[in-house]
Design a binder for this molecule. Structure first.
Ligand code: GLU
Length: 427
């Protein structure tokens, strides 16, 4: 089974429960049938003239999964393993995520099959602009609004929106056109706090969960796999909040210290060394005696209270799900746990906070960025984080209450609530 089918299987299992909570059987079946297919798959081939003069062609996608709740929304990733099945799955998750977060947005995802580390900055810019030239007809503030994802950032969004405006500018309102992309730099219409938003959202959701579980954050240990935008920011916020971050990793490997790392110092060290390995930064110092190196596999099996996969998909699967020792898993990556692993973890009583809730902070603040552009006003970071907390608290509370009421996992509850809202908007 491919991952799209696998993810669909998770939602199809909820049909009976949807009927039980009052939805019409035929409507449930029809919705599930519709969600089984994305509304549109755009596949493009992007020519790039390399700095050495050679022409190379890259494969790219934009999958528009569903727009019952509003224009399509979702990130664009640059990753060597990008393929249609993966982007379709992530687009489906965006439909569910936006629904659960009560946003007036649908779900999409895009990607280019490329390792951006092998491109110069000039090549990266040409590739990003050319991708926009291939998909511009299908995007726009009322159609589809892309954003950053794995290996993409505000600089890339700035190039993309600039290219989009160049192509479509005739008689259009520039501010509104800026809302075609979110996750832009502040100077270019971006919103305060967007870069930190996914991490901040993770902290908000985890705080809410441990409150329900009567746990004390000052006694909890945390391991985080992935030290990109999401992994770094969630580490930073949790550290500031009193959690002890005893393990961190990036794609090249991880670090461990019983004393607990200071993520901001680790990031400074990583920038200097080019990798996290050896960055044993505790309190205000980095010292080789304060920690040790571990692998990306070992980090998932550590004896910690909270495990946070914040990198890529399928890292917890049937081979290692039995070895996970954490009590809580906060899914900051999209789809980090396979369907089989999810069942194993469930049976073992490990609480999994699903991606569509745990990492929804990013798209929620993206929505605020769109509003800021369209309404032509500026929000400050305090306002952004306060509103983010309102949206996420509301989503968390309904997921928690529903899971208690029907005695189902947080994942099933989150999916159920997402489908419930889609059904209410499906004629
Ligand atoms: N890429 C992020 C996600 O997976 C953010 C999407 C957005 O802001 O549109 O949720």
């Amino acid at each position: 089974m491919n991952i799209y089918e696998n993810t669909l299987a998770k939602i199809k299992k909820l049909a009976d429960l949807l009927i039980k909570i009052g939805h019409d059987k035929t409507k449930v079946e029809e919705l599930l049938k519709i969600l089984s297919f994305p509304q549109r798959i755009i596949k493009v081939f992007i020519p790039l003239k390399r700095d050495n003069g050679e022409l190379e062609i890259f494969e790219g996608y934009r999958v528009q999964h569903n727009n019952f709740l509003g224009p399509y929304k979702g990130g664009i990733r640059y990753f060597p393993e990008v393929n249609e099945d993966e982007i379709k799955t992530l687009a489906l998750l965006m439909t569910l995520k936006c629904s659960l977060a009560s946003l007036p947005l649908g779900g999409a995802k895009g990607g280019i099959k490329v390792d951006p580390k092998n491109l110069s900055e000039a090549e990266l810019e040409r590739l990003s602009r050319e991708y926009v030239r291939k998909i511009y007809d299908f995007i726009g503030p009322d159609k589809d609004i892309p954003a950053p994802d794995v290996n993409t950032n505000s600089k890339i969004m700035d190039w993309m929106v600039n290219e989009y405006i160049k192509i479509t500018q005739i008689n259009a309102d520039k501010n509104k056109l800026l809302a075609t992309f979110t996750g832009k730099s502040i100077e270019n219409g971006g919103i305060e706090g967007r870069e930190e938003a996914t991490g901040k959202g993770g902290e908000i959701v985890l705080n809410k969960l441990i409150e329900k579980m009567n746990l004390n954050k000052n006694e909890l240990t945390v391991a985080i796999q992935g030290f990109g935008n999401v992994g770094y920011n969630v580490a930073k916020f949790l550290y500031k909040n009193g959690y002890k971050i005893i393990a961190l990793s990036d794609s090249k490997g991880g670090i461990y210290s019983e004393k607990g790392f200071n993520p901001e110092l680790v990031m400074e060290c990583k920038k200097e060394r080019g990798m996290i390995s050896g960055c044993y930064c505790v309190g205000s110092v980095c010292d080789s005696r304060l920690g040790k190196d571990i692998t990306n596999e070992e980090i998932l099996e550590l004896d910690v209270d909270v495990l946070i996969p914040a990198a890529v998909e399928n890292v917890i699967n049937k081979d290692n799900a039995h070895k996970v020792k954490a009590k809580i898993i906060l899914e900051m990556a999209n789809n980090p746990i396979t369907e089989e692993a999810d069942e194993i973890l469930n049976q073992r009583g490990i609480i999994v906070v699903p991606d569509i809730l745990a990492n929804a902070g990013g798209v929620i603040v993206s929505y605020f960025e769109m509003l800021q552009n369209i309404e032509n006003r500026k929000w400050n970071k305090e306002e952004v984080f306060q509103k983010l907390e309102e949206y996420l608290s509301q989503a968390f509370d309904k997921v928690w209450e529903t899971s208690q009421k029907y005695q189902i996992s947080l994942r099933n509850s989150a999916l159920l609530m997402a489908l419930d809202r889609l059904l209410k908007n499906f004629k």
